[in-house]
Ligand binder design. Structure first.
Ligand SMILES: [Zn+2]
Ligand SMILES: [Zn+2]
Length: 116
């Protein structure tokens, strides 16, 4: 009988690209996207945000609708429209609570209607 761990390990071996985009424990959503979008160009969906959610915050089922309501309809738009960094350099991540999709305090959530 295969355990979930076996299946995960297998798919990692099969798809090495998955290892590059794997969220790191303790890394917040915004820092994760900032790091990974450089290596795994946005494909026009919230693919990476979903991957982060599934790996670290599986109970955050409303994540996509929250991001979309802030203008983030794909991974790069999340960084353009939803979460803005407070500094040029957003490394290292200050850390996220496990199970939470809240970014660390290097980021703030842009309010609708701000700017422009
Ligand atoms: Zn995009
Ligand atoms: Zn962070």
């Amino acid at each position: 009988m295969e355990t979930t761990i076996d299946i995960q390990a297998e798919s990692f071996v099969r798809d090495l690209a998955a290892a590059i985009v794997a969220p790191r424990a303790g890394e917040c959503l915004a820092c994760y996207l900032d790091r990974v979008v450089r290596d795994a160009p946005c494909d026009g969906s919230l693919r990476l945000s979903r991957m982060y959610r599934d790996a670290l915050a599986p109970r955050a089922v409303a994540l996509e609708s929250r991001l979309e309501s802030g203008g983030g309809f794909c991974d790069c738009e999340v960084l353009m429209n939803v979460y803005w960094s407070k500094a040029e350099e957003v490394k290292p991540c200050r850390g996220a609570r496990r199970g939470s999709t809240k970014p660390c305090d290097l980021w703030f959530r842009r309010r609708r209607g701000d700017g422009w």
